[in-house]
Design a protein around this ligand. Structure first.
Ligand SMILES: Cc1cc2nc3c(=O)[nH]c(=O)nc-3n(C[C@H](O)[C@H](O)[C@H](O)COP(=O)(O)OP(=O)(O)OC[C@H]3O[C@@H](n4cnc5c(N)ncnc54)[C@H](O)[C@@H]3O)c2cc1C
Length: 456
């Protein structure tokens, strides 16, 4: 079988039939733009809090078309931001509370999925972080310490043997386990959520691309939604909206999935705990054992397209599939003969200071959430609950968290933006190459690249 390229992602056996588009002008109490996790969670918590609210969601393609239907399926407590920088701006206690709220949100998603009958293949096996050379090991050790300093409980540094007991990756020199992560089937969560909110009475209009967002009004080619509250939940696609070109950078992330793997081969690999796995390279990978017993693994190949362009239905260059296949075989040589079934990509949003935010301007009724820097699967739930509190004007512990109202500076105009991101990833490649050849500490090339990019 040839490798399928694009078609949104391997998380869809076939692409869903479209819901009807906006049938003409209408009004609503709340209009949400974008039916990914952010938009859907917000609709869910609003409707649960006040069933009388009339909520309209306008979606350009279909619910789960964006990153929410394409991601690596790490439902993790990772903070979508730079904890140190946020602590300088908003205080350390606030950031610890934010971290705790994210760890709790992992369980909140699991609970809601169980309560609402959403089968998203969820297994909470934590995440295994591995290092495969000395410099990576030094970074990993510092990272584990850092987690402890932010009061993340349950971090366990593992010996090589303990790591291999979980999963037999090649050349692991150090590892740690963080319990605050679950493996999910991303598209099933997105589709299940969409069905759930629809059953609660939320109107989701698909194939309804929004061309302008103004106070009190959302414009599509099919009509206008008039609403006192308008919430933008467009993440990596935001740069396409008028006036928002430099707000968030659409960073590309790509994935491949193998064909299902035989039980014999799984016996030689392990991975019985369904942990998600990542490594400590600068051009890191992230992986999961899927519900249907494939390996899905992702990384950065083409990190950014000039002028914030996005992919076409997840299509990737052939070279990306080759690159990710090499990454997979380097980490797990046991699966060399397993065919690659699918390759795809999607966009996530990166703010200039690498820190996400949630906000509602009471004066205009305009709100937004996003900029999750690739850690949005859990953070979108927290954002949805927070936006719901803000819309309902309810002060809560969530509305006190430091990312509420956080504003990031704009990105530089082109061609600086393109040159900057391309150079950063080139530098990471060089740094990974040096480190693989025996450096004992992080390559200075990567340190400089991080500084220029503003990356934590
Ligand atoms: C390949 C990949 C792997 C990832 N892996 C992980 C992971 O393992 N763990 C993790 O935490 N995060 C991961 N992420 C990030 C995570 O998927 C996102 O942070 C999260 O899904 C964001 O959800 P969202 O609803 O804000 O955005 P999206 O899911 O992108 O939804 C935005 C929606 O808005 C719609 N839209 C855009 N513009 C318009 C418009 N003008 N009008 C109407 N609708 C519009 C889009 O069609 C889309 O459906 C990954 C991302 C990618 C791309």
């Amino acid at each position: 079988m040839p490798t399928i390229n694009g078609q949104v992602s391997n998380w869809y056996d076939e692409l869903p039939a479209y819901r009807p588009s906006l049938p003409g002008d209408r009004d609503a109490d709340v209009c949400i733009v974008g039916a990914g996790y952010t938009g859907l969670w917000t609709a869910y918590y609003l409707k649960r809090a006040d069933p009388s609210l009339r909520i309209a969601v306008a979606e350009a393609r279909f619910a789960g078309f964006g990153a929410s239907g394409r991601n690596g399926g790490w439902l993790s407590g990772l903070v979508p931001g730079d904890r140190n920088r946020m602590a300088l701006q908003h205080g350390r206690d606030g950031v610890v509370a934010w971290q705790r709220a994210l760890n709790d949100s992992v369980d909140e998603v699991i609970d809601v999925a169980a309560r609402e009958g959403i089968d998203a293949g969820i297994v909470k096996g934590g995440t295994l972080q591995i290092a495969r050379n000395a410099a990576q090991a030094a970074r990993l050790s510092a990272e584990a310490e850092d987690e402890l300093s932010w009061k993340v409980d349950g971090i366990a540094v593992l010996t090589k043997a303990e790591a291999a007991e979980r999963i037999r990756f090649a050349n692991v020199v150090a590892a740690y386990h963080n319990p605050h992560c679950a493996r999910i089937q991303p598209a099933q969560l997105a589709r299940g959520l969409a069905d759930t909110v629809e059953a609660l009475g939320v109107d989701i209009y698909e194939q309804s691309p929004v061309t302008a967002i103004d106070a009190g009004r959302v414009t599509t080619p099919h009509g206008t939604v008039t609403a006192p509250m308008v919430l933008r939940a467009t993440e990596g696609f935001t740069a396409r909206l008028p006036g928002l070109r430099r707000r968030w950078l659409p960073m590309n992330s790509s994935m491949i999935a193998t064909e299902p793997i035989s039980d014999d081969l799984w016996d030689s690999i392990g991975w019985r705990g369904r942990e998600t796995v990542g490594d400590a390279a600068h051009g890191f990978f992230y992986a999961q054992r899927t519900v249907d017993n494939r390996i899905a693994i992702g990384g950065r190949s083409v990190p950014y397209r000039y002028a914030s362009r996005t992919d076409v239905d997840g299509r990737v260059p052939d070279a990306t599939i080759t690159y990710l296949t090499e990454v997979l075989h380097g980490a797990l040589p046991q699966v060399r003969d397993v065919p690659i079934a699918h390759g795809w990509c999607g966009v996530l949003a990166v703010p200039r200071d690498w820190s996400a935010g949630v906000a509602l301007d009471k004066a205009t009724g305009l709100g937004w959430a996003g900029g999750y820097v690739g850690h949005g699967v859990t953070a979108t739930n927290l954002a949805g609950r927070t936006l719901a509190d803000l819309v309902l004007d309810q002060k809560s512990p969530l509305t006190e968290l430091p990312w509420v109202g956080h504003q990031s500076p704009n990105w530089e105009p082109e061609p600086l933006r393109w040159l900057g991101v391309r150079s950063m990833y080139l530098a990471y490649k060089v740094a990974d190459w040096h480190e693989a050849r025996g450096r004992s500490s992080t390559s200075p090339v990567a340190v400089v690249a991080d500084k220029i990019a503003g990356r934590p």
